[in-house]
Design a protein around this ligand. Sequence first.
Ligand SMILES: [Ca+2]
Ligand SMILES: [Ca+2]
Length: 269
Amino acid sequence: MISPLTLRSPRLLSSAVAVLAVGLSAMSANAALLTSWTQYSGSVSSGLNTSSPVLGNGTTDSGDNQSIYAITPTSYTLSSVGDSLTLSGGVTFLNLATPQADQFRFGLYNVNGQSGGTGWLGYMASNSGTSGGPTYSRLWERNNPNTGSFGSGTGATAVANVNATPGNTSFASGTYTFSLTLTRVATGLEVGWTLIGANVNYTVSGTYLDTTPQTYTYNRVGFFTGGGLNADQVSFSNVDLTVVPEPGVLGLVVAGLTFCFILRRRRQA
Ligand SMILES: [Ca+2]
Ligand SMILES: [Ca+2]
């Protein structure tokens, strides 16, 4: 059976189908490399205009005590259940010496109206360690308000911790992939983080359900290295942000369907 709509306006139907198809495929995910970094603390860095920034020049422990951040391509608001934002990439640590826990931190933030690097909201995750204090990987939520810098434990609360997979080697020199994902759920935000060795037998994987998120909007990404890392160099690769759904795609689909609807009304008039 052929519907009246098909008989009346086959082009209209095909354009509506095309708009829906484009919209549905684009709603899967959109990944964007982050290629513009600002040095916030420390002094030796390169590649700040690439998605592979480098902290330290290879001399003893020059990768320590540094932090950088990037402004995201747009400000992302996780407005609907299922919306998510993922920071991911690779990182290589050169010549670590008995690295302590929490000395490598990666975070997703809301600049919270601040002009500098302090007072931001959001979450950051860390490495576990091989010496000194707790050796687990932690997740922090920044307090609202706070006066600490974005990578600092000052003005942040540790909300979750997880050990590396039992039997793994300790956190050590080598290459890793990392991810930090924020997903809007009915009761708040689900935060997931991973730090997985590519050539080191090491896996950290944690989750935390925040039923009291300070914000659903994110517009900064940041990295921090502490003095207890003893890294001669920390080299990132392909740092990117994956957004589901891509902002603007839903608007495009709605606009396309509205256009088709108006066209149909005009033809029927
Ligand atoms: Ca909270
Ligand atoms: Ca070192």
